[in-house]
Design a binder for this molecule. Structure first.
Ligand code: ZN
Length: 197
């Protein structure tokens, strides 16, 4: 369980990253932290990239439909326009932002904000996704959450794409992806996996 450091003892804000595969509970963890901050009377705002249109435009909605209102932004630099009164800046689906998100997050932290970034650490090829590796390097706190592999029950770290599409970004949910452990992910890439395990 992540426990927040004492805000008062900090000279600046800081960056927390919540990463993992699809269906690992990243957004749920982001929402949990934001709700606790809100309960403590901190001003909270949550941002997501405009291109993530899978759900309601104004809400960050996790898979269990536990939601918080959010502001969709076309570029991560737009976040600066909204945060003057904000203590805690949540950023969801961070993998879809460009590399500028690393500098933006650091500037927000320097301005005294607590920045909580949630995103996929790897794309469907198992490669580091967008700004996530850079964010992991500069963050003070990192939490890697895991799904469970539906084939073997081990911890799932990879997002396996069930469809044949090859673009890095293909929006979808259970119809397009499933979480897999390292071994089942590799086997799926070698074989047509659906009837093997
Ligand atoms: Zn497995």
């Amino acid at each position: 369980m992540f426990l927040e450091p004492n805000f008062k003892a900090q000279r600046s804000g800081w960056i927390e990253v919540i990463c993992g595969s699809m269906f690992s509970g990243k957004t749920e963890e982001l929402i949990r932290r934001l709700k606790r901050a809100k309960y403590a009377n901190q001003q909270v705002e949550i941002f997501k990239p405009k291109k993530d249109t899978r759900y309601d435009d104004e809400q960050v909605v996790s898979h269990d439909e536990n939601s918080i209102k959010s502001i969709p932004v076309a570029s991560c630099k737009e976040i600066f326009e909204f945060v003057s009164e904000i203590n805690v800046v949540g950023i969801d689906e961070a993998q879809f932002f460009d590399e500028d998100l690393i500098a933006v997050s650091q500037q927000l932290a320097l301005k005294g904000k607590r920045v909580i970034v949630a995103g996929l650490d790897m794309d469907f090829r198992g490669m580091p996704f967008g700004p996530m590796p850079g964010l992991l390097a500069v963050a003070e706190y990192i939490t890697k959450v895991h799904a469970i592999c539906p084939h073997c029950g081990n911890l799932a770290t990879h997002s396996y794409r069930l469809s044949e599409e090859q673009e890095t970004v293909v929006l979808g949910e259970k119809d397009k992806y499933e979480p897999r452990c390292r071994v089942c992910y590799e086997m799926g890439n070698i074989l047509n996996f659906s009837n093997v395990m």
